[in-house]
Design a protein around this ligand. Structure first.
Ligand SMILES: Nc1ncnc2c1ncn2[C@@H]1O[C@H](COP(=O)(O)OP(=O)(O)OP(=O)(O)O)[C@@H](O)[C@H]1O
Ligand SMILES: [Mg+2]
Length: 465
C-alpha cells in the first residue's frame, strides 16, 4: 500500500485517547473508509447491540483502556459478532496482550506508535480477506438454495472465478465441457451446473465412458429392444431416455470410441436416437455436460477425437485448476474434510497442527482433492488425539522445498514475538531489566524466552546503568 490507494468499507475504532481517535478517523476517511469512533468499550458494545445501519466490516481496537479492558471487550464483541474481523492496537511493550487477543480470534495486531503505511497495509489485508469471504458466502447461498449437489469449498480467487462462470453458464441451455486433472472436482461442478439450471427439477444422470466396453456403453446409453442381442431378454431403456428433460454427464468423454462418437454426434445434432436393435427413433431433450482429464484439442490433432463432436459439446469450456495452483483452498478443504470424517467416524478429531498444515501446503497434490480426501480420511482414522499432526500424513513437501518436515516451523505469532524481543534487546543495548520492563514481563520470563528462542545475548552487558 503506497498511502494513496482508496479502501472501501466501514470501520469502527475504539480507543480511549481522543487524539488517536481523531487522527485515525481523519486519516482513514481520507482513504475512502467510513469511520465511527468510540471512547470506551461500553459505547462500542451498545453500538453493536443496536445495529440498524448495516454491519461494520472491521473493528480497530485499542487493547489497553481504562474501564472495561480490551481483552474483555474483545470477548464480548466476539460473542456478539463472531464474524467481525478485529485488528488490535497494542502499546509498545505489551506483546503479551496482543498474543492473547490473537488467541481470542483477533485477525491481526499492530504496535503503537505505527507509521500510516503500516496501519493502512494491515487494514487493507483484513478488509480484502473479509470481502472475499463474504462474496464466497453469497455465492454459496445462491447455490445452496437449490437442492444441494454437494458442498463446494474454496477460498482462492482462481476457483471463485471458475465457480462464478459455472453459475453463470448453468442457466443457459449450452452444452459444456468440464476439463481438469483427475480429482479436481469435475463431477461436482457438473452437478452444480444441473442444480442451478432450469432443468434442476429433472434428472441428473452420469455415465463413465472409460469404465465400460464399447457395446455395453452403447446399450447403456441408447437402450435396446427385446432380442436386440444375445441375453437381451427384455427391452431396456437407455440413459438418454431416462435423462430426457434433464442433464447427462458424459464422464471421461475422451475415452469414447470413434463409432460411438458418430452416434453421439447424431443425438446431439438431431435430438433423436435409435435404441439398439430398433428402427423407430426416439426424440430427446438433454443438456450434455462432458468431463475429461485429457486435452481434447490434442486428441483431435492426433486423430482420436472428432472435431465436429467437440464443437457440439464445447459451447462453453470450464477448466478446473489443479489444487497446487490454488493453495489457498487447501486449508479450508482440509478442515471441511476433517469435519466430515470426524462426524462420520464419530471421533472428535477437530484440529490440525501448524506443522501438519504446513506439510499440506507444501505438497503438490497430483491427485488433487480426491487425494486430499483420502489423506484426511486416513488421518482421522489413525488419530489418537483430537488433532491431525504431521506424523499422520503420508505425504512429504514438494521437491522445490528443501525444508525438513521434522523441524517444527515457528507459528507466525512466535516469530513476531521473537523478532519483537530482539528489537527491544537491541534498542536497550541488551539491557535485560529494561527490556523486560518494556515488554511488560518479569526479568525471569524474559530469561526464559531468551533461552526458548535461543537468542544470542552478548555477555557482560552492564545492568546497572
Ligand atoms: N471444491 C470442493 N469442495 C468440496 N469437495 C470437493 C471439491 N472439489 C472436489 N471435491 C470432492 O473431491 C472428490 C473428487 O471430486 P470429483 O469426483 O468431482 O472430481 P473429478 O475431477 O471428477 O475426479 P476424477 O477425474 O477422479 O473423476 C469428490 O468427492 C468431491 O466431492
Ligand atoms: Mg470424475
Amino acid at each position: 500500500m503506497n498511502g494513496s490507494e482508496l479502501l472501501e468499507g466501514k470501520i469502527l475504532i475504539c480507543d480511549d485517547e481522543e487524539g488517536m481517535r481523531r487522527y485515525l478517523k481523519k486519516m482513514l476517511q481520507s482513504h475512502g473508509l467510513t469511520v465511527e469512533t468510540f471512547g470506551d468499550g461500553a459505547a462500542l458494545l451498545r453500538r453493536l447491540e443496536n445495529d440498524e445501519s448495516g454491519g461494520p466490516d472491521l473493528l480497530l481496537q485499542d487493547i489497553r483502556m481504562p474501564g472495561m479492558d480490551g481483552i474483555e471487550i474483545l470477548k464480548r464483541v466476539a460473542r456478539l459478532r463472531p464474524a467481525l474481523p478485529i485488528v488490535v492496537m497494542t502499546a509498545y511493550g505489551t506483546i503479551d496482550s496482543a498474543v492473547e487477543a490473537i488467541k481470542l480470534g483477533a485477525y491481526d495486531y499492530i504496535t503503537k506508535p505505527f507509521p500510516k503505511e503500516k496501519i493502512l497495509g494491515v487494514l487493507q489485508k483484513a478488509l480484502e480477506r473479509e470481502f472475499l469471504i463474504n462474496e464466497n458466502r453469497d455465492l454459496k447461498e445462491k447455490l445452496s438454495r437449490q437442492s444441494a449437489p454437494g458442498e463446494i469449498v474454496f477460498a482462492s480467487k482462481k476457483f471463485r472465478d471458475v465457480y462464478e462462470l459455472t453459475l453463470q453458464v448453468a442457466e443457459s441451455e449450452a452444452n459444456i465441457i468440464v476439463q481438469g486433472e483427475s480429482g479436481t472436482g469435475k463431477e461436482l461442478i457438473a452437478r452444480a451446473i444441473h442444480y442451478n439450471s432450469p432443468r434442476k427439477g429433472q434428472r441428473f444422470l452420469s455415465i463413465n465412458c472409460a469404465a465400460l466396453t464399447d457395446s455395453l456403453l452403447e446399450s447403456q446409453l441408447f437402450g435396446h429392444i427385446r432380442g436386440a442381442f444375445t441375453g437381451a431378454v427384455t427391452a431396456q431403456k437407455g440413459l438418454l431416455e431416462e435423462a430426457n428433460g434433464g442433464t447427462l454427464l458424459l464422464d471421461e468423454i475422451g475415452d469414447i470410441s470413434p463409432a460411438l462418437q458418430v452416434k453421439l454426434l447424431r443425438v446431439i445434432q438431431e435430438r433423436d436416437f435409435l435404441p439398439v436393435g430398433s428402427t423407430k427413433s426416439k426424440s430427446v431433450d438433454i443438456r450434455f455436460v462432458a468431463a475429461t482429464n485429457k486435452n481434447l484439442e490434442k486428441e483431435i490433432k492426433e486423430g482420436r477425437f472428432r472435431e465436429d463432436l467437440y464443437y457440439r459439446l464445447n459451447v462453453i469450456k470450464i477448466t478446473l485448476p489443479p489444487l497446487r495452483e490454488r493453495k489457498e483452498d487447501i486449508e479450508p478443504l482440509a478442515r471441511f474434510l476433517l469435519n466430515k470424517y470426524s462426524q462420520r467416524t464419530k471421533k472428535k478429531v477437530t484440529g490440525i497442527t501448524s506443522g501438519a498444515l504446513r506439510l499440506l501446503g507444501e505438497y503438490n497434490w497430483p491427485g488433487n482433492i480426491r487425494e486430499l480426501k483420502n489423506v484426511m480420511e486416513r488421518a482421522v482414522i489413525l488419530a489418537r488425539g483430537n488433532e491431525v499432526s504431521e506424523d499422520l500424513l503420508p505425504i512429504r513437501g514438494g521437491d522445490d522445498l528443501s525444508s525438513s518436515p521434522a523441524e517444527e516451523a515457528p507459528t507466525s505469532l512466535e516469530r513476531v514475538e521473537r523478532a519483537h524481543i530482539i528489537k527491544l534487546l537491541e534498542k536497550t543495548g541488551y539491557h535485560k531489566t529494561r527490556t523486560a520492563e518494556l515488554l511488560g514481563i518479569t526479568r525471569k520470563t524474559l530469561g526464559r524466552k531468551i533461552a526458548e528462542y535461543a537468542l544470542n545475548v552478548p555477555e557482560g552487558v552492564s545492568e546497572t546503568d
